[in-house]
Design a protein around this ligand. Structure first.
Ligand SMILES: [Zn+2]
Length: 233
């Protein structure tokens, strides 16, 4: 049975790859993401390498092995299903579930996780729009663009929020930009670093470039269209 520390490391490396399977992740990045000292990371990574969960390249970084990736995706599946359960079933706010999921993901049995998955109808995404790996570890990534990158005149549906701090999620909610909302980019002011948006539900708002870069939209086709890419481990 892997300890929660091992699971946290594997998950951090998987998330730091940013969808680029096999990418090398630097020790500094892992230390920053987990809030631990670089020396601690190096020691742990060597242990993970001895267990065959990562490949360690001194002075350049670390990458997940197939076994490590399988375990990381399993933890991500648990985390995201638990978040959705807390929101959908327990009625918790989407801005407050991450911390609870961080501890529950290591504690809830597989039997309970599969039961939650079935009860929620085998959902594809969590409350923040993050894809939920299926029981075999397959992730269905959708092609998304940030509100900063889409050309002026683009309209789409908010699909994912990349910054999941409670403060940012609350801002997104106040601005009416939660996943599922329709929005159009109607203008931008490069000098002021501002993106102008129009909500399908009514209303205009402007968003700073940094905030706009953390909100992802699905442009055009509906979710069940064939544009999805299968990201098999
Ligand atoms: Zn989430």
């Amino acid at each position: 049975m892997p300890t929660s520390t091992v699971e946290d490391y594997l998950k951090a490396i998987q998330l730091a790859e940013q969808g680029e399977a096999g990418a090398l992740v630097g020790m500094g990045r892992i230390a920053a993401d987990l809030g631990v000292a670089p020396g601690t990371v190096t020691a742990m990574v060597k242990t993970l390498a001895d267990s065959g969960l990562v490949a360690y390249e001194p002075y350049s970084g670390v990458r997940l092995t197939d076994a490590g990736r399988q375990l990381a995706l399993h933890v991500l599946r648990r985390h995201r299903l638990i978040e959705l359960f807390l929101v959908e079933v327990l009625g918790m706010d989407w801005s407050e579930v991450h911390r609870d999921a961080e501890s529950l993901e290591h504690a809830v049995s597989d039997r309970v996780i599969e039961r939650i998955d079935a009860m929620l109808g085998h959902p594809a995404v969590d409350p923040h729009g993050d894809p939920i790996p299926d029981a075999r570890g397959v992730v269905r990534e959708r092609p998304l663009a940030t509100l900063l990158d889409c050309p002026t005149g683009t309209s789409g549906r908010v699909a994912r929020v990349a910054d999941q701090s409670p403060e940012f999620l609350q801002l997104v909610e106040r601005r009416g930009l939660m996943p599922g909302r329709e929005v159009a980019v109607v203008g931008r002011d490069p000098a002021a670093d501002i993106v102008e948006l129009e909500l399908a539900a009514g209303g205009r708002l402007s968003l700073g470039a940094r905030a706009a870069s953390k909100i992802l939209v699905e442009v055009g086709e509906p979710p069940e269209a064939s544009g999805e890419t299968m990201n098999r481990r």
